[in-house]
Design a protein. Sequence first.
Length: 203
Amino acid sequence: MSLYHRLMMRYACAVRSPSFASPGALAWFCLPLALAGCGSDDEHRSAGEANGDPATSSTLTGSCNLRAQVSGGTDIAFTGTDDAACLTVMGSESGLDVIFSGAGAKGSLELIVDFVLEGELGEFPARVVVTSTARENWQGKACTATLSEHRLLSTEASTLGELRHYQVAGSGSCSEALESVPTGGASVTVGDFAFRAQFSWRD
């Protein structure tokens, strides 16, 4: 793991916005489960990507990937070609939370899906948090995430109890711009996005 990724994991766990914390059902452990997607750039260049369809999760490979375009108060392009690290939160009852930390000082995008259950598929309300390299923040609740994959990979005995590791993939969109926090700054827009990440559930 690179020094950049270690520092980003430490930063992401330390500066979460209290007003945007998920319900108590989530245990706040940051897990570096999938630091980058696997495969070469050529393997990522699918027909969907070539046609400019960022909302098709089937065009992404590997365990961690994000394709999204953020513009406005900050500009961040996640290409879906191994340019993001995944920092995920362990769930105990409901909810998924992943921070996609951009490589090369890009900033980050956090996707929060509060009410999804273990193994569940479908469309869910979602929240998105964008953080720039200057640590400026934008948040928005008018988003949705559609989970097309929520597949059990393995189980593991641990001091926290049984951990069940899942591969999750899907797509999402935000119908409104994200507002700056604190308020008053320029907003940002997030285009339709696609994502892959690994999460762990426990009892």
